[in-house]
Design a protein around this ligand. Structure first.
Ligand code: FES
Length: 144
């Protein structure tokens, strides 16, 4: 392969890799927000699920009083789940990748309902009770 052809080939390969990485990141980008606590409820404004004219499937919500964030998944307009992002194996923080949560410590995986789908963790993630009002999801932080 001649030098000019080699440079041209590498250039296209680099460009392709960059574009593919960007697209992939766009697919799994996570919106993380900080929200308020009112009494025993974490208040998540529903407006946070809207971004650039699209409805997000999930959010990662934080508050300084929480040791770990909470993953809030939107199944439909009125159906959400809120999961504590602490692995049930040995307590590492899990990371959200779309509809899946993954623990980097030993590889456990959980689905968007908190069920362990890949070990070593076998117990589900902690799930919070929640209610909806017109504008917010109210996640109860009371121990069940
Ligand atoms: S702490 Fe999560 S898999 Fe071990």
């Amino acid at each position: 392969m001649e030098r000019k052809e080699f440079i041209k080939t590498c250039g296209f390969a680099c460009l392709g890799t960059t574009i593919f990485s960007s697209l992939l990141q766009g697919c799994v980008s996570t919106k993380s927000i900080s929200v308020k606590i009112n009494g025993e409820d974490l208040i998540v404004p529903l407006s946070n699920f809207e971004k650039d004219g699209k409805t997000l499937k999930y959010l990662v919500v934080n508050n300084s009083q929480l040791q770990y964030p909470i993953y809030v998944f939107r199944f439909s307009e009125n159906h959400f789940t809120a999961l504590y992002m602490q692995c049930t194996h040995q307590g590492n923080e899990v990371t959200a990748y779309g509809e899946k949560l993954v623990c980097s410590a030993h590889g456990s995986e959980f689905d968007n309902k908190g069920n362990a789908t890949n070990g070593p963790a076998s117990n589900p993630l902690r799930k919070f009770q929640l209610e909806l009002d017109n504008h917010n999801i109210l996640i109860s932080l009371k121990k069940a």
